[in-house]
Each structure stands twice: as structure tokens, then as C-alpha cells.
Design a protein around this ligand. Structure first.
Ligand code: ADP
Ligand code: MG
Length: 213
């Protein structure tokens, strides 16, 4: 298989990940109640539901305009840190897409690198701070390594997902240096970061969708 994502496929992926997020209400709310203020699921779910209800507007746009619009919708709908951070991620990634009508694997890597940089710049955080960055960073790192090693598209996607999963799991033992978990007495040690988990869901949903479509 060769990865070639159209904007129609991207919107189908948005539907898939929305279903996944919607179904994890209790788990994500519990994690954010322990390490933060308990609203991370509400924030993420609201954002994805907004994207679903905006589908007819989004499908009229070019790929890069669609990404920009997704970023703006998330920023204006989602409260909390995650709204601003995901908004910045999509807006930054939009400029990588340029005139492309199809995202192949090389461009997908650039898109995710741009998302990572957008989030790190906006939130002034880095890998190891126990945030959504940890799953994304580790995923992108494995993605890049697999591309450099000339792995097949399928192997690259699997590496991306496995890296993201590892990054998510690693947040369990991290002490938070950013976000609300920093203000908890134990800095969240012993619990996964909710933002790292929902970031992983998005990468997992994309990879699973691409591997089966
Ligand atoms: P808030 O923390 O404002 O209530 P959310 O609950 O929606 O917002 O999101 C919390 C998640 O946001 C955290 O679990 C963490 O992954 C992420 N996060 C918080 N601050 C930052 C930051 N400065 N940089 C990157 N991610 C962050
Ligand atoms: Mg919160």
C-alpha cells in the first residue's frame, strides 16, 4: 500500500477519531480529574463535534484551507489549553500542505512535524514535560527514523503509532513541568497525562484508518 490521503479521506478520519474520543468520556475525564481540572474530555469532544457539524463547510475548501479552518474552529470552540494548542498545530500544518491535493507519507511527516513545532512554540513546553507533546514527539521521531531507513509505508505507519503509544505510556512516570498537573502535589507521577492519551488516540485512529482504507 501507498499512503495517499485526500481531503475527503481526512474528513472521514475526523469522523473516526471523533467516535473514539466520544467513547472514552469516563477514562479521559478521570485522568484529567486526577492530574488537572477534569475538563479535557469535554474540551476535546466539543472540538471534534464542532468539526463534524462543520463538515459541509470544510469539504468545500482546499486541503490547506481546510486545515486552517479546522484550526480556527478548534481555537474558537475549545476552552482550555488544548483549544489553543491544537488550533496552533493545525494552522501551522496548513502552511506545509501548500497547493498539495494529496498528502503522501513524506508530506504527512512534515505535517506532523509542523503540528509538533506549533504546539511546542505556543505552549512553551518540550518533550518530557508530561504533556500531549510526549506522544506526538515520540511518534514523529519513530516516523522519521522509519522513513530514513526506507521502510515500507505500512512499516512507517506502524512505527509512528508505536512511537506515539510509547510516548503516551512514558508520561505515567514523568513529573509535570507544564499544565495543571504541575500544581498537583505529586506532579501527576503515577498517572498518564490525559492530553498525551487523546493525542495518541488521534495518531492511532489515523494510522488504523490508513492501514484499512
Ligand atoms: P486545561 O489544562 O487548560 O484544563 P485541557 O484539560 O483541555 O486544558 O488540556 C490539558 C492537557 O493539555 C494536558 O493533559 C496536557 O497534555 C496539555 N497541556 C497543558 N499545558 C500544555 C503546554 N504548555 N504545552 C503542551 N501541552 C500542554
Ligand atoms: Mg483540564
Amino acid at each position: 500500500m501507498k499512503v495517499e490521503i485526500t481531503k475527503e479521506q481526512y474528513l472521514t478520519y475526523i469522523e473516526k477519531v471523533s467516535e473514539k474520543i466520544a467513547s472514552e468520556k469516563n477514562y479521559i475525564t478521570e485522568l484529567d480529574s486526577i492530574t488537572g481540572d477534569g475538563d479535557h474530555w469535554v474540551n476535546m469532544n466539543m472540538g471534534f463535534q464542532k468539526l463534524i457539524s462543520s463538515k459541509s463547510d470544510l469539504e468545500q475548501l482546499s486541503f490547506n484551507q481546510m486545515f486552517k479552518k479546522i484550526g480556527m474552529l478548534i481555537m474558537s470552540t475549545v476552552g482550555g489549553s488544548s483549544g489553543v494548542l491544537y488550533g496552533s498545530a493545525y494552522i501551522k500544518a496548513a502552511s506545509e500542505i501548500g497547493d498539495a491535493e494529496i498528502i503522501d507519507l513524506a508530506l504527512l511527516l512534515k505535517v506532523f512535524e509542523a503540528k509538533l513545532n506549533g504546539i511546542m512554540e505556543r505552549g512553551n513546553a518540550k518533550p518530557g514535560d508530561k504533556t500531549m507533546i510526549d506522544s506526538l514527539y515520540r511518534g514523529v521521531e519513530k516516523f522519521k527514523e522509519a522513513i530514513s531507513a526506507n521502510k515500507s509505508d505500512k512499516e512507517v505507519l506502524m512505527a509512528f503509532k508505536e512511537g506515539a503509544q510509547q510516548g503516551m505510556q512514558d508520561t505515567k512516570e514523568m513529573e509535570a513541568a507544564k499544565g495543571r498537573a504541575y500544581y498537583q502535589t505529586n506532579k501527576g507521577v503515577g498517572h498518564l497525562d490525559p492530553g498525551a492519551v487523546t493525542m495518541y488516540y488521534q495518531i492511532e485512529a489515523l494510522v488504523d484508518f490508513l492501514l484499512t482504507s
